[in-house]
Design a protein around this ligand. Structure first.
Ligand code: SF4
Length: 362
């Protein structure tokens, strides 16, 4: 199928099957002249990096309710933004989000630049996000390639080179397929096709508008594409977290992590460094201050991009008197904990410390 008719076929499928997404202007409204809000497109694209649509929706609603424009986000306290982001992971994105909002509100008068080149100058915006914003928000012609697009195109053209080596070829194919008219809708159409029809397992080829053009339609090969280079084994690091609980109020002692590095600026339960050779048998000696620490059974497990983590959990019930020798720490009352900027791993540590010990567990 020539690229122009492939694009036309897919766009007419998209006109009927586009997913309703809170940041998206439907194809019907788009054709009636509604234009996407670059702020909402940018926010959704940053949130969607390494995160699923299902997980992003609630965060997107929360952010746009609290900060409906880039100016309001720029005026927000960074701490409030980090709190609202807590649980979404990859926290450098939240810090860059705030920096980017500051730059757009300050240097660009509240208007996002409309070219890939200019967008790339903004904090936290890499080549993919720049292409996505330029295309979806401003209908610029660019090749937008995310995981869904990689899957669909590697099947459509039977690209058997493993990722990441196949990326340039896939990008070139996407550039060729993307039409001059409606490039933003086209990019979203390929993404939707990947999310709903050309799925990782059991692609629904009989429902696919590209079935007749697809090089692997209906064959077992479809599910095996895109091929991926074998991943390196992730190392496992170990550490301990110490949950101090005020026996009168149930408040827990928290502190802020240093501003840069992993989980930078987020809130944590006081704990040790994390390393592959951490001595778990002597973990109690690493408590941040003397207290009647008791070790909980089991470990908290969490996986980051580059390593697995196993945390030994200690708990002490005591009278809250100040923040014993800890900098940037505070007692958080039970009804405040939910709103703290606690990343998922720290929520797991708290839950493990606060749940009653099961008889015979461990
Ligand atoms: Fe994917 Fe099947 Fe469509 Fe090919 S025909 S693009 S494998 S859903």
């Amino acid at each position: 199928m020539p690229p122009a008719s492939a694009a036309e076929t897919l766009l007419s499928w998209y006109d009927r099957h586009a997913r309703p997404l809170p940041w998206r202007v439907s194809p019907r409204n788009r054709q009636q002249g509604e234009v996407p809000d670059p702020y909402r497109i940018w926010l959704s694209e940053v949130m969607l990096q390494q995160t699923t649509v299902a997980a992003v929706k609630a965060y997107f609603e929360k952010f746009t309710r609290a900060w409906p424009t880039v100016e309001t986000l720029a005026a927000a306290a960074e701490e409030d933004v980090m709190k609202a982001w807590a649980g979404l992971g990859y926290y450098s994105r939240a810090r860059n989000l705030k920096k980017c909002a500051d730059t757009v509100a300050g240097k660009y008068g509240g208007r996002f630049p409309d070219t890939e080149e200019e967008l790339l100058k903004l904090p936290g915006i890499g080549p993919y996000t720049a292409a996505a914003i330029a295309t979806i928000a401003f209908d610029r012609h660019a090749a937008v390639v995310d995981g869904n697009v990689e899957r669909v195109l590697s099947r459509l053209f039977r690209i058997e080179t493993p990722l990441p080596d196949a990326k340039p070829e896939i990008r070139a194919k996407m550039g060729d397929l993307t039409p001059q008219a409606r490039p933003g809708d086209f990019a979203q159409a390929v993404m939707d096709l990947g999310a709903t029809v050309c799925t990782p397992r059991r692609p629904a080829c009989v429902l696919c508008p590209w079935m007749s053009a697809c090089a692997v339609q209906g064959s077992a090969l479809a599910e095996s594409l895109p091929r991926k280079a074998p991943k390196k084994e992730k190392p496992t690091r170990y550490g301990a977290a110490f949950v101090a609980v005020d026996r009168n109020t149930g408040a827990v002692l928290l502190r802020r992590r240093p501003p840069s590095g992993l989980l930078g600026g987020m809130t944590e339960v006081p704990g040790t460094h994390w390393s592959e050779d951490f001595d778990r048998s002597a973990a109690a000696q690493d408590a941040p201050f003397p207290a009647p620490w008791t070790q909980k059974t089991g470990e908290v497990k969490h996986t980051f991009t580059h390593f697995h983590l196993r945390l030994t959990i200690f708990r002490a019930d005591l009278e809250a008197t100040g923040t014993p020798g800890l900098e940037d720490a505070w007692w958080s009352a039970p009804d405040r904990i939910e709103g703290e900027a606690l990343p998922t791993v720290m929520r797991k540590a708290l839950a493990a410390a606060l749940e009653p010990e099961r008889p015979g567990s461990g």
